[in-house]
Ligand binder design. Structure first.
Ligand SMILES: *Cc1c(COP(=O)(O)O)cnc(C)c1O
Length: 382
């Protein structure tokens, strides 16, 4: 193992962030909230083009608050993309509601309008429509929002966009995360920009965002003594971390450019290999290529995605399978699931054959050449 470990998507921090953090220390504004939080919210909202934003301790917290704002409660059902990270749907359980999982379409790997339609038809027949639909935008790419929203609007069901992985991406020229009633971003350490840990809720509904702020700061009634009429949470982002976020937001466009260059290098070096296919970039939008994801056809490549992953691991290179779909998770085993084709699931296949490659914006050309050689060798020697 000659080389230093090459990570999937490590944090990429610059000097600007340090200045903002130093400012927070210099003014003793280390405690929760403060000027960086307010500025970060304004700057994020301006960047994505939403009327407002609330800075939170995580993307998961943002999803939780969005569900509660939409009145999701025990006994309700919520539709959610199946091919995603568990944080997309765990907050449904926090609220005591039941998720119903929707498959991906092959064109974008995101929620299938076909599957969504069938799920709505089935629920209409059983007499219970979902309270909300969580549409996830995977690996830097927006879902096909127009047909998805058309279906949801026809049933009058609001949409939460989980854009934790798609900050900076666009759909028909508009920012991913701004199409639903609420949008969610994450600034976790592995995301395209990071505050070490953090998230945000965006919306054009400023009143709802004010309510989210209230719940996220322990739902303290306006009284000098500590008085509570509603259940709250400790979900706000600290002023120090918001300082990091402000610096990171300023370099977001550079980070997107760098990730797309990483993707293009993989594509140029590997796309000629029969049976190795890249996650498509659907014509309706522009992906950030947060992670470069491929599928490996074992019949054509002679190796499985897992075997390539193991070969990379032996060279001290981190890679990951595509998300294990939620309908296959032990925790969600008994939840309803609607596949893209009536008899065939897309997300099962993507999970079985999918592989995410090191895609960090700080990945050097030399490091990437090592990754590429390792993949070529694993396939050539199969
Ligand atoms: C990272 C992620 C989240 C959760 O964000 P946190 O800030 O880590 O809580 C939610 N959904 C998706 C799809 C994610 O990738």
């Amino acid at each position: 193992m000659g080389n230093e470990r090459i990570y999937l998507s490590p944090p990429h921090i610059n000097d600007l962030e340090k200045e903002y953090v130093a400012e927070a220390f210099a003014t003793n504004w280390v405690a929760p909230l403060g000027p960086h939080v307010d500025a970060f919210e304004k700057e994020l909202a301006a960047y994505v083009g939403s009327r407002g934003a609330v800075a939170l301790s995580s993307g998961t917290a943002a999803i939780h608050l969005a569900l509660r704002l939409l009145g999701v409660d025990s006994g309700d059902t919520v539709f959610c993309s199946s091919l995603t990270f568990a944080a997309s749907c765990n907050p449904i359980l926090y609220q005591g509601a039941q998720p119903v999982f929707i498959d991906s379409e092959p064109e974008s790997w995101n929620m299938s309008p076909e599957a969504l339609k069938r799920a709505f038809q089935a629920c209409e027949q059983s007499g219970q429509l979902p309270k909300a639909v969580i549409i996830v935008n995977l690996y830097g790419q927006s879902a096909d929002m127009e047909p998805l929203l058309e279906i949801c609007n026809a049933y009058g069901v609001p949409v939460i966009e989980d854009a934790a992985e798609s900050l900076g991406a666009t759909y028909r020229g508009r920012s991913s995360g701004t199409f639903g009633a609420f949008g969610v971003y994450s600034f976790n350490g592995n995301k395209i920009i990071t505050t070490s840990g953090g998230g945000a809720l965006v919306s054009d509904n400023l009143e709802a965002l004010e309510k989210a702020r209230f719940w996220a700061t322990q739902a303290r009634d306006p009284a000098r003594h500590y008085q509570h009429s509603e259940l709250g949470y400790n979900y706000r982002l600290s002023n120090v971390l918001a300082g990091i976020g402000r610096g990171q937001l300023k370099v977001l466009d550079e980070r997107i450019k760098a990730r797309r260059v990483v993707f293009q290098r993989y594509y140029d070096a590997l796309s000629h290999i029969e049976g190795l296919d890249f996650m498509p970039e659907a014509p309706f939008g522009r992906s950030t290529r947060w992670l470069t994801a491929v599928t490996v056809n074992p019949e054509k490549c002679g190796v499985t995605a897992l075997q390539i992953m193991e070969a990379l691991d032996r060279e001290n290179i981190e890679s990951r399978p595509v998300w294990k779909p939620m309908h296959l998770q032990p925790l969600y085993m008994n939840c309803a699931y609607y596949s893209h084709w009536p008899e065939e699931s897309v997300s099962d296949k993507l999970f079985a054959n999918g592989l995410c490659l090191p895609s960090g914006s700080s990945l050097t050309e030399e490091e990437q050449a090592i990754v590429i050689e390792c993949i070529k060798k694993a396939i050539a020697e199969a």
